[in-house]
Write a protein that binds this ligand. Sequence first.
Ligand code: HSE
Length: 287
Amino acid sequence: MIKVIVPATSANLGVGYDCLGLALDEYATVYFEEIATGLEIIGSEEAYCNEDNLIYQAFLKGMQYLQKNCTGLRITMDTNIPYTRGLGSSATCIVAGLAGANALVGSPLNKYELFDLATQMEGHPDNIAPAIFGGLCVSFMEEGKPNMIRYGIKKDLLFVTLIPDYEVNTKAAREVLPNQMSYADATYQMGRCAALAKAMEIGNPLILRKACTDKMQEPYRKHLIPQYEEVKKLCQQQDMITMFISGSGSTMIALTQEETDAKKLIEQIQMLYPTWDCRLLHATYDG
Ligand code: HSE
C-alpha cells in the first residue's frame, strides 16, 4: 500500500495573486492500494466517491503519463482540509493523486515533473508549488511550464485561519477580476509582493503589515465574503499584523506572532459566527 501526505496551502497571501503560496500544517493522508478490479473510494463525502474524484483523476493522469495500467484501485482518504474554502483542497487532491501513481510504479518522476503535471491540471501553480515543495513558494510560468523558488517562513508567525460555512467558487472569483491593470498599480503590486515574501522569511511584522495591501484581487473579491469588512476590523482591533483572503476565499487568514491574541480573535469570531471553523495553523517547510 502507498501512503501519501500532502499539506493544505494558502495562495496569494494578499499581494501575490497566482504566484505566492505557502504550506500549512493541516494535512490530507491518502492511501493507494491496487485491487483486482474497479474503483473504491473510502473516507470521502459520498458525492466524491466516483470516477470524477479529483484524486482519482490525477492518479489516472499520472498513470497515463507513465504509460502504466492499474486494473483496480482503492483510495482511502483521511483529511481535515475543507473543500472549496481557499485552502488549496484541489491542489492537495491533484498532488496526492499524481504522487500516488508515481509511487505505485517506483517513483520515476521527480518533484519538478510532478509540479508540471499538477499545474497543467490546476491551471495555476501557486497552490501546487507549496503542496509539493513545502514552505513559501514564489512560482512563475515559463513557456507553459511552472518554475518556483522557495523562501523560509519565520517560525513564530501564526496563521489564524477563519473558515466560513460557505464556499466561494474559484472560477467565479476569477471572473470578477479586471483584465488589465495600470503600470502604476503593477509597480505598487510588485514592490509589495517582493517585500512580503522576504518579510515572511525574516518575520518583520511592520513590513508584513505595510506590504499586504493588495490592489489586484482582494478589492474585487471582498464582496463575495459578506463578513470581510467586519472580520478585517476585528483583526485590526485585535492587533493582528494583517489579514488576507486565502486563495479565492472564503477563508480569511490573520497573521500574528502572539498566541494569546490569536486565541482571542478565534473566540470573538466564534461568538459572532458560531458555525465557522477557526484554526490556529503554522507554516510548514517540509515538502
Ligand atoms: N491564485 C488563485 C486565485 C488561487 O486567486 O484564483 C485559488 O485557486
